[in-house]
Design a protein around this ligand. Structure first.
Ligand SMILES: [Zn+2]
Length: 135
């Protein structure tokens, strides 16, 4: 049997199994919400300590873990952006020293682009950040 035939067979099997698996996952999720359990760890949560993160109702511990993870990733993005901006500044300075005007527009875009990416990431993360759920 050729590799393509195996791939087609796997794709057909996945297509047949997907609706049942998705329905089962949705029922499980609805049951967790109804039973007011955390959608990440499954622990029971009382109404005072539930958080809505990325559309999921989670407990305080999972909200804290997610917040710390997002904060770590954000610091990584900010660090890489700072290094990129610094490298672009050095490149502009080196070109200016050699008297080469070519490529200055690209360096300028990088100098503006890295902080812009970091800023958009911070704004997006703040919008997705832990929010205490009502009710
Ligand atoms: Zn949890």
């Amino acid at each position: 049997m050729s590799v393509i035939a195996v791939a087609v067979a796997v794709a057909i099997a996945a297509g047949l199994a997907a609706p049942s698996l998705l329905r089962r996952a949705a029922v499980h999720r609805l049951r967790q919400i109804r039973d007011s359990c955390c959608e990440r760890c499954g622990a029971p949560i009382d109404s005072g300590a539930r958080f809505l993160i990325e559309g999921r109702m989670v407990c305080g511990a999972c909200a804290g873990r997610t917040y710390r993870r997002v904060r770590g990733v954000l610091w990584g993005v900010v660090g890489i952006s700072a290094l990129g901006t610094l490298a672009a500044c050095v490149a502009v300075w080196a070109r200016w020293q050699r008297g080469e005007p070519h490529g200055l527009w690209l360096d300028g875009m990088l100098i503006l682009g890295f902080p812009a990416v970091a800023g958009f990431s911070i704004v997006a993360a703040r919008r997705l950040g832990p929010r205490r759920a009502r009710g």
